[in-house]
Design a protein around this ligand. Structure first.
Ligand code: ATP
Ligand code: MG
Length: 558
């Protein structure tokens, strides 16, 4: 990965294909992002979204958003709404091209009858278990169903009665009549329709039969005039079936399918099945729990969409599956937030500091820089006074040699304020330090000594009289191992320390009005944002990501 290409889509095999198609005179590029509305989008979907919308935009084409809503028992309007919101948030727009596979149910049904009439499909009465047993396996061919040679008339009659709701759910299926001995299991007479007496979020109770994903997918692409059906690698083995269907049906266009590797992230599961389980079992607070890899969760956590796009571009598009280090994602987040996030001061684990030579009842305002990376961000005024809070771990009573922060007799700088020297500590009956007694040097206002003397540490702080209390939520990886589930049960790999709540933090007064999702750097601590749970009488902040970047180090060393 070079710095020149980081963040911008480079060349990849998909763009190569499109460019050679264009060179050959096929100038149209129509793609689609086809989510099944059975869960929220995750960062893996961001890759598919970015590829599909990205190439359409780049080559002057269009990209459709199409809901593959063929399985009504698992699909919900909530998911449809969330998917639309998340695609927009990520920065992409389908314009007027919003479609649903369910819009094509009537057409798909007619095509199913077409296959029956041409002897290419039949109604099978075998139960699911028998059908599986007769499918064979990779080394053994399958066996023909005893219903495979039904007459066209009988098949048509049964299929129409399936549609009419005459048979109970699961009683029969419609199968393609291809080849039970095919080396490709997907061609061993795959199921095209199943009976399902279920309400559909869009078609209501109109249908008693529903097409399978495999029957709906390619034909939906053909109806929409999709030129390049881009999908992830697990559909490679389905391509021969899609092509077979396209060949045997009077479809209006012939899409070509190309497969790319899925995005996988270390310490993360990116399967809707597993994510649904986490939500359903209450292991997380919901689809947008900031520890989840969903776009909704990343948004709530404070990750800007541009950081996700940058990361997906850096991860690249390839034909081979791999796992991307989560540190690379965090690197993209930090790099962007470092440039854009305003700086504020927040003390996560407060320790009171009293300046004994600062006049009681007095106070003043000091000037603080909003973002040293961005002069246009300007400055702000922050309150200072006799009583402050500093971070507990910025003080040690008996410091080791390499500890340069506050300790008895030691002078340090309070950022934007003054030099202070620790004179004494106050302890409670349990022997815990409850207060630091310090003096300040009035000639160091703004944080510099007029005599040029230096200090080795600069601490952040807040004014006790002005700093509201806040809850801080620190997030760690949801899973404790890089490859969750590799041991068999991914639930067993959950990190018991994925959420750490600090309830007594004190934050700079300006943070009382922080807006959810808007990134802020807490100086020396990391990037944070107000949570949607935050309220004026109970401020809540999420840590988006810490400040330290282990990925840059790894790259620098390599
Ligand atoms: P999951 O496996 O998480 O349930 P899915 O593939 O079933 O995901 P769909 O709603 O069918 O989810 O996905 C819509 C599109 O997103 C598909 O074209 C799929 O190829 C793509 N996609 C899903 N997960 C990833 C991923 N991790 N990386 C890249 N593309 C993905
Ligand atoms: Mg899928």
């Amino acid at each position: 990965m070079t710095h020149e290409t980081a963040g911008a889509p480079g060349r990849d095999f998909i763009r190569d294909i499109i460019e050679s198609d264009m060179a050959a005179g096929k100038s149209q590029v129509v793609t689609r992002f086809p989510p099944e509305p059975n869960g929220y989008l995750h960062i893996g979907h961001a890759k598919a979204i970015q590829i599909n919308f990205g190439v359409a935009r780049q080559y002057g084409g269009r990209c459709h958003l199409r809901f593959d809503d063929t399985n009504p028992t698992k699909e919900e309007q909530e998911y449809i709404d969330a998917i639309k919101r998340d695609v927009h948030w990520l920065g992409f727009d389908w314009g007027p091209h919003l479609y649903y596979a369910s819009d094509y149910f009537e057409q798909l049904y007619e095509w199913a009858e077409h296959l029956i009439r041409t002897g290419k499909a039949y109604v099978d009465d075998l139960g699911a278990e028998e059908m599986r047993a007769m499918r064979g396996n990779l080394t053994e061919p399958g066996r023909d169903s005893p219903y495979r040679d039904r007459s066209v008339a009988e098949n048509l009659d049964l299929f129409r009665r399936m549609r009419a709701g005459e048979f109970p759910s699961g009683a029969r299926v419609l199968r393609a009549r291809i080849d039970m001995a095919s080396g490709n299991m997907n061609l061993r007479d795959p199921v095209l329709y199943r009976i399902l007496h279920a309400e559909h979020p869009r078609t209501g109770s109109k249908w008693y039969i529903y097409p399978t994903y495999d029957f709906a997918h390619g034909q939906s692409d053909a109806i929409e005039g999709v030129t390049h059906s881009l999908c992830s690698l697990e559909f490679e083995d389905h391509r021969p079936l899609y092509n077979w269907l396209i060949e045997h049906l009077p479809v209006p266009s012939r899409p070509r399918q190309y497969e790319f590797a899925r995005l996988n992230l270390s310490y993360t599961v990116l399967s809707k099945r597993f994510l649904t389980e986490l939500v359903r079992q209450g292991r997380v607070s919901g689809w947008d729990d900031p520890r989840m890899p969903t776009l909704a969760a990343l948004r709530r956590r404070g990750v800007p969409p541009a950081a996700i796009r940058d990361f997906v571009n850096r991860a690249g598009i390839a034909r081979a599956n791999s796992v991307v280090d989560i540190a690379m994602f965090e690197h993209s987040i930090r790099e962007l937030l470092n440039k854009t996030a305003p700086r504020r001061m927040a003390v996560l684990r407060p320790l009171k500091l009293v300046i004994e030579n600062y006049p009681a009842g007095a106070g003043e305002e000091l000037e603080a820089v909003n973002n040293p990376e961005d002069p246009a961000a300007g400055t702000r005024r922050i309150a200072f006074g006799r009583e402050l809070y500093v971070e507990q771990d910025d003080f040690m009573e008996d410091p080791p040699k390499n500890f340069y922060r506050l300790s008895p007799g030691r002078e340090v700088r309070l950022r934007y304020a003054y030099f202070v020297t620790c004179r004494d500590v106050v302890k409670n009956s349990a022997g815990e330090i409850t207060e630091l007694i310090c003096t300040y040097d009035p000639l160091t206002r703004g944080g510099n000594a007029s005599d040029g003397r230096k200090v080795r540490a600069t601490l952040h702080w807040v004014s006790a009289a002005h700093a509201p209390r806040a809850e801080i939520r620190l997030y760690n990886p949801l899973f404790a191992r890089p490859d969750p589930g590799a041991g068999g049960d991914f639930m067993a790999d959950l990190n018991p320390h994925s959420l750490e709540r600090l309830t007594g933090a004190r934050v700079e007064a300006a943070l009382a009005t922080a807006i959810p999702e808007e990134p802020i750097q807490f100086e020396r601590q990391g990037y944070f944002c107000a949570d949607v749970d935050s309220a004026p009488d109970h401020l809540v902040f999420n840590r988006t990501v810490g400040l330290r970047d282990s990925w840059a180090k790894v790259q620098g060393a390599g």
